[in-house]
Design a protein around this ligand. Structure first.
Ligand code: COA
Length: 162
């Protein structure tokens, strides 16, 4: 059974991430969305909150599960008996970071492949940071994130910043 891990901070998940997940779900018989417990980013949402925001979207795929991991991603992949890591490349600007991360992961565990998919170009400028920046000033984020995330952002930023 071909199994891939889709790792990320997902703080919070966006429609861009979900586009990558849809592609992974088409290609693999098993997909694990792996929410990084500590990725050095000081996330706004706890791991449990991030998982809870992914689960309703992931539920449409019976072969997708959502979980968390800590430590090295490749060690998690080996423990899960996964064949590959899948990541999205939104634009050329993603390439250098993703390329270096894939090469480092290959150095650490040569048997774990990294595959890249291109999300729909309508998401090329979406990022979790930008979505949070729009939300903090009370802007409309419903074009970028599922309703459960938009609601959570409203609760996190009840008063628009000035
Ligand atoms: N659509 C929209 N946005 C996307 C996206 C897509 N398809 N793909 C990535 N992004 C954005 C995210 O919103 C996020 O934006 P932000 O920086 O503003 O928060 C950014 O691109 C990347 O986030 P994400 O996809 O969530 O992944 P990440 O880069 O935060 O995750 C890990 C990195 C967790 C995979 C990596 O740090 C890791 O593996 N850590 C474990 C430790 C380890 O093994 N380290 C060694 C690796 S060399």
């Amino acid at each position: 059974m071909r199994h891939c891990i889709y790792p990320g901070t997902f703080d919070p998940i966006t429609y861009g991430h979900l586009d990558v997940l849809a592609r992974a779900a088409k290609l693999f018989e098993k997909v694990t969305v792996a929410v990084a417990e500590s990725s050095g980013k000081a996330p706004l949402f706890t791991v449990a909150e991030r998982i809870a925001m992914i689960q309703p979207s992931a539920a449409q795929y019976p072969h997708v599960t959502v979980t968390t991991f800590k430590g090295l991603l490749v060690e998690f992949c080996i423990a899960q008996k996964a064949d590959a890591i899948i990541r999205g490349l939104r634009a050329l600007s993603d390439f250098e970071f993703e390329f270096n991360m894939a090469l480092m992961n290959r150095h650490l565990e040569p048997q774990v492949e990294t595959l890249f998919v291109m999300p729909n170009e309508q998401f090329s400028y979406t990022s979790s940071t930008l979505v949070k920046q729009v939300a903090v000033y009370g802007g409309d984020v419903t074009h970028f994130v599922p309703p459960i995330v938009a609601e959570a952002l409203k609760r996190a930023y009840p008063q628009p910043a000035r």
